[in-house]
Design a protein around this ligand. Structure first.
Ligand code: C5P
Length: 218
């Protein structure tokens, strides 16, 4: 009997937090890493759901595509598919802040303006509390103490793995076709992936994760 396909849920892109009908707070994520993970996971015979914030990319064929705007919409989409999910790969660059008040009319241009922001929900931390047997993978972008900071996030968010990216002069993973990362597991697993294009990187990361999924985690 053929075994049941595993369901991989991947989030991608930035989220967009609207200030008024035409203005928003967001970040420069292009979504490329998440879309490549979705494409490669489909090739590796996973059933794939891609939950994506606004990007200029075309969703891969054969993948269930869920388009969202804000962090709150992304949270709800992840929860909607949570019961069916075996593997979560959270590549999305969720915007950390959202305005306290949304202005229904366009904010007037005045000399100086103060806007109050509040934190968006931490989606990974929330679903991490209802993890069950799922394999959960987060991404972390760090500017310093990469392994120490990524390791702290791995533990805080109850993840099995974290993919650590770093940003410094000459290495900006946002928008680049290529990236170098460190895959870290909760039981001390560590593997460095040298700079390569994101298609290759997605395939390499998924191969590694699949192996861990087939044996024991992390
Ligand atoms: O804490 P930090 O934002 O650096 O953690 C990064 C990881 O957490 C990423 O996998 C990101 O998708 C996820 N995240 C989240 N909800 C947020 C912020 C980040 O799920 N509000």
């Amino acid at each position: 009997m053929p075994s049941k396909k595993l369901h991989l849920l991947v989030t991608a892109g930035p989220t967009r937090e609207m200030l008024d009908p035409v203005r928003f707070l967001s970040n420069v994520s292009t979504g490329l890493m998440g879309y490549q993970i979705a494409r490669q996971a489909k090739r590796m015979n996973f059933q794939v759901t891609l939950v994506s914030g606004p990007t200029a990319l075309r969703p891969p064929q054969g993948v269930r595509f869920v388009s969202v705007l804000s962090a709150e919409e992304m949270r709800r989409a992840v929860l909607t598919y949570w019961s069916q999910t075996d593997v979560l790969v959270m590549t999305a660059a969720v915007c950390d802040y959202t305005p306290v008040h949304f202005s229904k009319s366009k904010i007037k241009r005045i000399r100086q303006k103060t806007i109050s922001f509040k934190r968006t929900p931490d989606i990974l931390a929330q679903v991490g509390r209802r993890k069950g047997n799922r394999l959960m993978v987060g991404f972390a972008l760090e500017t310093e103490a990469v392994e120490k900071n990524a390791g702290a996030k791995l533990r805080r968010k109850n993840l099995d793995f974290i993919v650590a990216n770093w940003y410094h002069k000459g290495n900006n993973p946002f928008g680049d076709q290529r990236a170098a990362v460190i895959l870290m597991g909760k039981k001390g697993f560590k593997k460095v992936f040298p700079k390569m294009n994101k298609t290759q990187l997605a395939a390499s990361l998924l191969r590694e994760l699949k192996q861990r999924l087939d044996t024991k985690k992390g």
